[in-house]
Design a protein around this ligand. Structure first.
Ligand code: HCB
Length: 217
């Protein structure tokens, strides 16, 4: 029963039917399936399949856009439930997160932000295509101790390095940790550019964030 619903969510996401994705997501919640299981076992695998179909030329940009919209709407349906389950950690830390300049991929970044917020972090989500100076200014203004940089394109990965350099130039690097992520990003890349942490997914991002700022997740 649970696995049927999860399969239906994945299929509707891949088929590009956002209304059905949301309907199945709500049905899964009503059936008592944990929001994180819906994300991990249905939505994220669905987006992975969409990406593979795009890579091999079976899907085109409009398919990506419709599936991404399905993912976004399903996440919106899950957010209140995630919020209800949140275990507030007092002062878990302030995080600034965004997708770097030149890159408009928002799903993974938003998922990481949602999960951090659900685990007690104060999250300032700057959105996508964020100018480097905006990361710097927001870190300065909020007193954030962690910044999460998302990049989904091989052509925008290097902007993560630019943000790290700009934080150094602004004299903020000593007090802010930097966590990087995104499909083409790896631990090796994180080391190369002098980031403090790398996370492969949203659950890993919460663990890494907690480790970097010394909070418990
Ligand atoms: Co887009 N796109 N796309 N895309 N896109 C990718 C990323 C490709 C890999 C697809 C492919 O070719 N196989 C490819 C990049 C190739 C490359 O650079 N080597 C690509 C391309 C080429 C493009 C365009 C250039 C296409 C074009 O216009 N010709 C264009 C880029 C425009 C731009 O940014 N300037 C483009 C556009 C789009 C949209 C708009 C259609 C749509 C995004 C919609 C939106 O976000 N609202 C889109 C999508 C959906 C994708 C794929 C299919 C899925 C991305 C996604 O949402 N994944 C993606 C294929 C893929 O990634 N395999 C494809 C699901 C999330 C949950 O995973 O990896 O984003 P995630 O995030 C994870 C993880 O990385 C980590 O945690 C997250 C949660 O688990 N994480 C962090 C992420 N950020 C973190 C930050 C941290 O601090 C810590 C962890």
């Amino acid at each position: 029963m649970s696995s049927d619903l999860l399969t239906k969510i994945t299929e509707s996401l891949v088929d590009g039917d956002p209304d059905l994705t949301v309907a199945h997501t709500r049905a899964a919640l009503a059936a008592g399936i944990e929001p994180m299981a819906i994300i991990d076992q249905a939505l994220v695998p669905g987006m992975r399949i969409v990406g593979e179909k795009f890579s091999c030329g079976e899907y085109f940009l409009p398919n990506l856009i419709v599936s991404a919209s399905g993912m976004k709407q399903a996440m919106q349906a899950l957010e209140p439930e995630l919020g209800r389950r949140q275990q507030k950690l007092k002062s878990a830390g302030t995080v600034v997160i965004g997708t770097v300049k030149g890159d408009i991929h928002e799903i993974g970044k938003t998922l990481v932000g949602t999960m951090l917020a659900a685990n007690g972090f104060e999250v300032h989500d700057l959105g996508v295509d964020v100018p480097t100076e905006k990361f710097v200014a927001t870190v300065r203004d909020t007193g954030a101790t962690l910044v999460g940089l998302s990049a989904l394109l091989t052509t925008t990965m290097n902007v993560q390095q630019k943000v790290i350099e700009a934080l150094s130039t602004a004299g903020l690097r000593e007090r802010v940790k930097v966590m990087v992520g995104g499909a083409p990003v790896s631990r090796k890349w994180a080391d190369e550019i002098g980031a403090d942490g790398y996370a492969e997914d949203a659950v890993g991002a919460v663990e890494m964030a907690a480790q970097l700022v010394g909070a418990k997740a």
